[in-house]
Structures are given as C-alpha cells and as structure tokens.
Design a protein around this ligand. Structure first.
Ligand SMILES: [Zn+2]
Ligand SMILES: [Zn+2]
Length: 239
C-alpha cells in the first residue's frame, strides 16, 4: 500500500496545499480546493482518481469536488468516480454544500449521483482490497467528522481535537499514525503540546499533518516531542 499526500497543510495553508491523502494512486481521502492543483502540479488530473472518501464537510476537505464533478462530466465523457460517504454526510454534503454549484447545468437539473457513483460507507468497508474502518472524531461540536484506520496498519486522524484514548487505542496496533496538528491550544485540532503528552511508543509513530505554513517555527518543538512531519508528495510504503 502506498500513501501520498496531495497536500499536508491546514485549511489556510498555501505552501503545501490542503490535507488530502492519496492511497495506491487512485483512492483519494478528502478532496479540498487545492486537490486539482496538486494533481496538475504532478502531471495528473481527476481522471486518475477512481475513489473518493470524505471525512467531513469543511472546504479544505470537499472544496475540490465541484471541479472534479464538472471535469469528469464535461471533459472525461461523463466518467463517474465512486464517492464514499459516511451515513451522516449522505444528505448534507449535497444539500448544504455541493448543490449550489452542481445542481443546474445546461441540460437541466442534476443530483449528486449524476456526477458520482455514490456509496454509503459503513463502519467498515473495502476499496479495491484495502480495508477501511471509520473512526468518528470530535472536531467541531455537532459536526460529523471522522478519521480512518487503514488496512489495520495506519491510523489517519482526520480533523480532530485531541482524543488521547482514541490515539492510544488505535495507535497501539498501528504501524504509523498520521495526525492533524496546530501550534496553539484551544482550537479545533490537536495541539503539538497535547500530542507530546502521549507515551513515547505512540509518539514515535506519529507524523504531523494538516499544519500551517509557519510550521518551520516549530521544528525543534516537534523534534523534542519525537514526532515526524508528513511531507507533500512523498510516497510512503506500508505492508
Ligand atoms: Zn481541515
Ligand atoms: Zn475541518
């Protein structure tokens, strides 16, 4: 299994784009506004993406879906990638986010399934032999968000506030933990200080992701905590 981040940045990051993860070259976990640009930079396009899973409805995770939908419909002969949605996002992604841009086209009214082969993702599901387990997280009150356990090897936190029992529980058996981060306390992501409070055997598996452009100011702090940084476009191999 290969993991490649199309971006490793926060919602506002410009240097390393937004935190979207590509698995085995064609399974995209989240599709933010910078996903299309990231594919373009590396001589690829949405034509190369066959499966998309969405963790939650912030624009750094769904802002590229309109471009993906229109490109596939009008430039790639109506090609329909599979779109995997947790039950909680099944209606809201369309009604509250995508409908404004995608509903009306020249030939009439469209629904989400006109652009994507929509699949309701159960708690545990497979894509081309890769196993995914949905892990609900706490990001913003009353807003659904989830992380993933991938092939029982990789813990991908998604966007979440610090949930030590979750990281300890899933992280104890994981080979690697990709965790979102921020560098101050009190926001909607885990802070580096909080992650640094985890046991050493957990910290040594952690790669920080979803970080701001000024992350360079926190290199020594991360080194002291014994955690690494996820790097944009680096291909990580597991299994
Ligand atoms: Zn985010
Ligand atoms: Zn978010």
């Amino acid at each position: 299994m290969t993991l490649e981040f199309l971006g490793v940045g926060s919602a506002f990051a410009k240097k390393h784009y937004q935190n979207n993860l590509l698995i085995n070259g064609n399974i995209l976990i989240d599709c933010g506004a910078s996903a299309g640009r990231s594919l373009y930079d590396t001589k690829r396009s949405f034509k190369d993406i066959d499966h998309i899973f969405i963790t939650h409805t912030h624009a750094d995770h769904i802002g590229g879906l309109e471009e993906c939908a229109f490109l596939n419909r009008f430039f790639f002969r109506g090609r329909k990638p599979k779109l995997y949605l947790p039950h909680e996002l099944f209606d809201t992604l369309w009604k509250n986010s995508l409908r404004g841009g995608l509903e009306d086209i020249d030939s009439g009214k469209m629904e989400l399934d006109g652009y994507f082969d929509v699949v309701e993702a159960t708690n545990s599901f497979k894509i081309e032999g890769t196993q995914f387990e949905i892990i609900p997280t706490f990001h913003v009150p009353k807003k659904f968000c989830c992380g993933l356990m991938i092939d029982n090897r990789i813990l991908f936190s998604g966007d979440t506030q610090f949930m030590p029992s979750l990281v300890r529980g899933y992280g104890s058996t994981a080979e690697a933990i990709f965790h979102d981060c921020q560098f101050f306390k009190g926001g909607i992501h885990a802070s580096l200080d909080e992650l640094a409070s985890l046991p050493k055997e957990i910290r040594k598996k952690i790669y920080l992701m979803h970080y701001p452009d000024d992350h360079g100011n926190f290199r020594s702090q991360a080194k002291k905590a014994g955690v690494r940084w996820a790097e944009q476009h680096k291909v990580y191999k597991f299994g």
